[in-house]
Design a protein around this ligand. Structure first.
Ligand code: PEP
Ligand code: MG
Length: 325
């Protein structure tokens, strides 16, 4: 089995009938990049930038952030690197930024909400990312977007950061791609209205599942209700992918579901363009994708959308994996 998995490492993630998808990596620090290169990842689908901020007594400077982002972009030599802007709050706390206690931290002042309120901090990060974009194929991704207004507000800060760099004659990629995490149900529901104003979506199933099913992702008592294969989640995923394709954009997934062998063929069949996961999961998912035809995956995915319970979908997915995995 291990030897079989090793064999697919140098090969592309392509179906038997020629549909190429990307198998990318989730990383937290530049140290994670070596594993991505060793497993021949197609890029970084999620760079969780908050790890730069955690365990520090003060905010990382623009220079410090620039150095971290640049090294990742350079080491991946032209492959896409999606850097997610600061996603703190909820379960993620910062030493350097004490947050007021909240009744519902997961529904509170976090991620893009916090960044839009703390503009200087956001600006520092955007400048660092833009500067690093001169050294590779960097894309920007905003977390916890709940609607179009936040996209526009974040883009306004980004436009200002670009203007600053232009006037300082600091190089950056003028055409840097900007996308959003789809992890709040409202955004998934109106994905067709947001797609024209972004370059890509990346579905964060960890939070999308938490918010759609109203199940705290940290609460073990109700973990039996935490079902990423719930038909409601599958329908939202389909909605997001279809909306992006309608406008010629791509949809990735960087939540845990993207690295789950049970879900791989269904996600492929729904049209997912990029699967982002820990480097160690990549060969397994790639092997599954290489075993099936896209047309077949589509035929497999469609009935799952009409199943009424997550148990039904899970049993179906297990059968599919047995046949194709
Ligand atoms: C997600 O919510 O699915 C996700 C990828 O982000 P995080 O796990 O960092 O919240
Ligand atoms: Mg999330």
């Amino acid at each position: 089995e291990q030897a079989e998995l090793k064999k697919v490492i140098p090969l592309p993630a392509v179906t038997t009938d020629g549909r190429r998808v990307e198998i990318a990596a989730n990383i937290g620090t530049p140290r994670d990049i070596d594993a991505v290169i060793a497993t021949n990842g197609d890029g970084v689908g999620l760079y969780r930038s908050e790890f730069l901020y955690m365990d520090k007594d003060c905010f990382p400077s623009e220079e410090e952030q620039f150095a971290a982002y640049r090294i990742v972009a350079q080491k991946l030599s032209g492959k896409p690197v999606i850097i997610r802007t600061l996603d703190i709050g909820g379960d993620k706390e910062l030493k350097c930024f004490p947050m007021p206690p909240e009744m519902n931290p997961f529904l509170g002042w976090r991620a893009i909400r916090l960044c839009l309120a703390e503009k200087a901090m956001f600006m520092t990060q955007l400048r660092a990312i833009l500067r690093a974009s001169a050294y590779g194929n960097i894309m920007i991704m905003y977390p916890m977007i709940s609607g179009l207004t936040e996209v526009r507000q974040a883009n306004a800060v980004l436009a200002e950061a670009k203007e600053q760099l232009r006037s300082e004659r600091v190089p950056f990629n003028e055409n840097i791609k900007v996308g959003i995490m789809v992890e709040i149900p409202s955004t998934a529901v109106i994905a067709d209205l947001i797609a024209p104003e972004v370059d890509f979506f990346s579905i964060g199933t960890n939070d999308l599942c938490q918010y759609t099913l109203a199940v705290d992702r940290m609460n073990e008592k109700i973990s039996y209700l935490y079902q990423p294969l719930h038909p409601a989640i599958l329908r939202l995923i389909k909605r997001v992918i279809d909306a992006s394709h309608q406008y010629g954009k791509f949809t990735g997934m960087c939540g845990e579901l993207a690295g789950d062998p049970l879900a791989a063929i269904i996600l492929l069949g729904l049209g997912l363009d990029e699967f982002s996961m820990s480097a160690s999961s990549m060969p397994r998912i790639k092997k599954i994708i290489r075993s099936v035809a896209y047309e077949q995956a589509k035929a497999i995915a469609t009935p799952a959308l009409d199943m009424a319970t997550p148990q039904q979908v899970a049993a179906y997915a297990a059968g599919v994996l047995k046949d194709w995995g």
